[in-house]
Ligand binder design. Structure first.
Ligand code: PLP
Length: 416
């Protein structure tokens, strides 16, 4: 490695027809390439200049000079390029966490006096950022009533900086109709005579199960801590979009400091190679769990977009067919009797599934939303987001199906 060549800016073309695993494994090194098979970790904070001409080149805006890892790093660039290939995005920026990605993307657009229109069911961290932090900077968030996406047209004003959306939502797994949202935002944009960007959090689905760009979404954000990382051992976040948009987010990242660590980027590169394998198995385990638990006598309700009983199943079927196939994701939410005490009893009785927060890893995890993602929310906030105390959120891992089935069956029967 020359130490100064910036791979993200020297893009070799790549056949668009290649499968997602091929892209994830080989990146642009698919053709004649001499070098290590596994990616090196460039674990440095700063870079030697050959002489001060390099410093001058940097000062004059030459993008090919590496200066400081908070600005750019070769391992981080490699991970970004790999993700851009997988997601079919012009550019990707890797940040230190999903929240760093979401907040930096939003702050690159919204300024004092602006408004954000958002769908109402959101990851708790995003919701709290909207509720507690943005108003301090004079940015207001208004929520589009669920199931009434056409309301975006009347709600959009000249203050509307962006439209934010998450689907499937956490933890109720309700589905926002992406095509309809895009259609209504475009109508609002036409009236406003400017394009209002749409940012979508694709963490629960991932690019394998849902491709928001295919519907005209402008920017995709994702917690790479979850399925992209997949081994519960790295924190990272992704913003994917046009070069212009990513340049703006990069500036925010540079000064807010949410840069990705080179070691996390290396772990992510390793993880991406098995991304498709893992997520396909997680999809299959989640579907099998949803079907099994739907008929279980101790389960009151199962929420999984792949079940025909799910209220948004038709929309999920239409839009959850991403770059690699037609899965409905690895997340299943169940409701058990006895409120939060019932949920606690189930979680404490499982042996294979792990009682822990987060999601998307190879191990099955369970968590209770009112104690985790939706803690410290009022009864009316919980009801607006459709969250009840007896809910248990399951992130299906890749364990043998029989072991998972027996584990949930035993834990549920024990907790009469
Ligand atoms: C849907 C969703 N978006 C964003 C995040 C934030 O990601 P991170 O924890 O990597 O900051 C999470 C975390 O649970 C999430 O579930």
């Amino acid at each position: 490695m020359s130490g100064h060549a910036q791979p993200a800016r020297r893009k070799k073309s790549f056949p668009a027809t290649m499968g997602i695993s091929t892209r994830a494994i080989h990146g642009r090194k698919l053709f004649a390439y001499r070098g290590p098979v596994a990616e090196p970790i460039v674990q440095t904070t700063t870079y030697r200049f050959a002489d001060s001409t390099d410093a001058l080149r940097y000062a004059q805006g030459d993008p090919d000079v590496y200066v400081y890892t908070r600005y750019h790093n070769p391992t981080v660039h490699e991970a970004q390029d790999r993700l851009a290939l997988m997601m079919g995005s012009a550019e990707v920026l890797l940040l230190s966490s999903g929240m760093a990605a979401i907040t930096s993307a939003i702050l690159s657009v919204a300024k004092t006096g602006d408004e954000i229109l958002s769908t109402s069911s959101l990851y708790g961290g995003t919701y709290r950022f909207f509720r507690d932090i943005l108003p301090r900077y004079g940015v207001k968030v208004r929520y589009v009533p669920p199931g009434r996406l056409e309301a975006v047209r009347e709600m959009a004003t000249k203050k509307t900086a962006l439209v934010y959306c998450e689907t499937p939502t956490n933890p109720t797994l309700s589905i926002v109709d992406i095509a309809s949202l895009v259609h209504n935002v475009r109508k609002a944009s036409a009236r406003a005579r400017r394009r209002i960007p749409i940012i979508l959090d694709n963490t629960f689905a991932t690019i394998l199960n849902q491709n928001p760009f295919a519907f005209g979404v402008d920017v995709v954000v994702e917690s790479a801590t979850k399925y992209l990382g997949g081994h519960t051992d790295l924190m990272a976040g992704v913003v994917a979009g046009s070069s212009r948009f990513i340049t703006g987010v990069h500036t925010q990242m540079k000064y807010l400091g949410g840069c990705a660590d080179p070691f996390a980027a290396y772990l992510l590169l390793r993880s991406l190679k098995t991304f498709e394998l893992r997520v396909l198995k997680q999809n299959a385990n989640a579907m099998a769990l949803a079907e099994f638990l739907e008929h279980h006598p101790r389960v009151k309700r199962v929420l999984y977009p792949g079940l025909p009983s799910h209220p948004d199943h038709a929309t999920a079927r239409a839009q959850m067919t991403g770059a690699g196939g037609a899965g409905y994701g690895g997340m299943v939410t169940i409701e058990v009797s006895g409120g939060v005490r019932g949920a606690v009893r189930v979680c404490d009785s499982l042996r294979v599934a792990v009682n822990a927060m987060s999601l998307g890893g190879v191990e099955t995890l369970v968590s209770i939303p009112v104690y985790s993602s939706h803690v410290h929310m009022s009864a009316s906030e919980l009801s607006r987001q459709g969250v009840t105390p007896g809910m248990v959120r399951i992130s299906a891992g890749i364990e043998a199906w029989d072991d998972l089935r027996d584990d949930f069956d035993r834990a549920l029967r024990k907790t009469r």
